[in-house]
Ligand binder design. Structure first.
Ligand code: TRP
Length: 461
């Protein structure tokens, strides 16, 4: 079984060394493990929650963070890499989740409470300057995670509560609508890197203004930041306390075990802080120089990054669209013919007998196929030909028992869309009659599949 690992980075700043060592590097390493299906995205909707956010900065940050991931070795073929705001199913799911989220749960969110406390301390209205975006932040984050049924979510410690809320919201939805729609995600905390120290020894963070830039400003800026690292006043020749020096912690985050041991020994034997900073500079430069070159190259061609992200959004939406269609059906946002009063009155079994259905048949060449027919008998899908009836039956059962992807096709002469199972095109829609007809027929087909799915899960419904 593959494990789906998903994480997002809010696009509100320029990546620094702490973001790289604490989030980007471990995430890319995890994505290279066998059995891992990684989803990494730019949380650009989350970047909008503060009205103080500057649009130009959000725009710039999206580009910088995307380029950073790619320069750091993210392989967009292997990983699903996208922008949150390119997936309309995320805000759509966010609303469905908002409607099952108790307000009281959000009142308890640390970030919201901290803002309220600050306001109270200042003696202003408790909700002063707090947008609904900030208040509902955890629901949007739950939508990010639950839409893709992520198993594991690597984040910093400050996000643990958000993951607990995502689980809570998922459980409520599953309970209310009576099925295991959502996987309950697990938080993953990378203990040893989560707290890369900044120049002053506190956690490296934009808000403390103690960061070391990753690429921005090149070697000179990297060097200048390292020279500003705060150390104690011990002179060259005096033994240093490596274990309690954040300079050593920074060094260790980029060095091999052997290098770290040598560096530590040198400090304990009296290496001066100036020399230590010099060594740290060289080590960091050695770790980032190649990436920085790729970064500069990527930044010079934003249109290529745009293409990569749009291809990633396509890949993500292939999963998201059928899933949200199923969720819409679950909450009652269904095609109207699925809820005719007469059908309800005469009982579910009967209604279904007149509902959409699969039929198997042999075609003129003797091959085995099946069709999906709408309530009125219109053909919604016709399968490819199978030599073995068992194969045709197996695929038909997959379509009846799990949400499948429908993909629009663009050939004007061919079919309007195709159903895809495990990457294979298994059944085609009717001929393409233009974009509007195509969208309508796809929506009808999704609804028909969802009705059958629900009937299979809950025969009494
Ligand atoms: N809130 C996260 C942070 O600030 C970013 C984020 C948004 C995220 N959506 C997510 C992380 C979903 C993991 C999964 O770090």
């Amino acid at each position: 079984m593959t494990t789906r690992v998903l994480t997002g980075i809010t696009t509100s700043g320029t990546p620094h060394l702490g973001n790289y060592a604490g989030a980007i590097r471990p995430a890319i390493q995890a994505s290279q493990q066998p059995g891992v299906d990684a989803f990494f995205f730019l949380a650009d909707y989350h970047a909008l929650i503060k009205t103080t956010e500057d649009p130009a900065r959000v725009a710039r940050s999206r580009l910088e963070i995307a380029a950073t991931w790619l320069a750091a070795g993210l392989d967009p073929e292997r990983v699903t890499f996208y922008r949150q705001s390119d997936i309309p199913e995320i805000p759509e799911l966010c609303w469905l989740l908002t409607c099952v989220t108790p307000k009281g749960l959000m009142n308890r969110a640390h970030a919201y409470k901290a803002s309220v406390d600050q306001n109270t301390a200042k003696g202003v209205d408790p909700d002063d300057g707090i947008s609904m975006g900030l208040f509902s932040y955890p629901v949007l984050m739950a939508a990010d995670i639950l839409l893709f049924n992520a198993h594991k979510v690597p984040v910093g410690r400050d996000q643990i509560q958000h993951l607990e809320m995502a689980r809570d919201i998922a459980q409520r939805f599953n309970h209310i609508y009576g099925d295991d729609y959502f996987v309950l995600p697990e938080v993953v905390i990378a203990e040893e890197v989560a707290t890369l120290p900044g120049l002053d020894g506190r956690k490296m963070s934009k808000s403390y203004n103690n960061t070391i830039p990753l690429f921005e400003g090149g070697t000179a800026a990297l060097r200048a930041a390292v020279m500003r690292i705060v150390t104690d006043s011990r002179q060259p020749g005096e033994p240093k306390d490596a274990e309690n020096s954040h300079l050593y912690t920074l060094y260790r985050a980029f060095a091999s075990a052997g290098q770290s041991a040598d560096f530590r020994k040198a400090l304990e034997q009296g290496m001066g802080w100036g020399d230590a900073k010099q060594a740290l500079c060289e080590l960091l430069e050695g770790s980032v120089a190649d990436m920085r070159e790729r970064y500069v190259e990527l930044m010079s061609r934003p249109e290529r990054i745009e293409d990569i992200l749009m291809a990633g959004a396509d890949k993500a939406r292939k999963l998201a669209a059928p899933f949200v269609a199923r969720l819409r059906h679950a909450v009652g946002l269904r095609r109207l013919e699925a809820s005719k009063p007469a059908a309800a009155a005469k009982g579910a079994k009967k209604a279904l007998a007149r509902g959409p259905r699969f039929v198997s048949f042999r075609d003129e060449t003797g091959s085995f196929r099946f069709r999906l027919l709408a309530t009125d008998g219109d053909e919604l899908l016709c399968s490819v030909a199978y030599a073995d009836p068992k194969d045709a039956g197996a695929v038909m059962r997959r379509l009846q028992s799990e949400p499948v992807a429908l993909e629009a096709l663009s050939d004007a002469k061919g079919a309007a869309y195709v159903a895809v199972v495990d990457g294979a095109q298994v059944a085609y829609g009717p001929p393409n009659a233009g974009p509007d007809a195509q969208q309508a027929a796809m929506a009808r087909t999704r609804d028909a599949l969802n009705m059958l799915l629900d009937a299979a899960r809950d025969p009494a419904a």
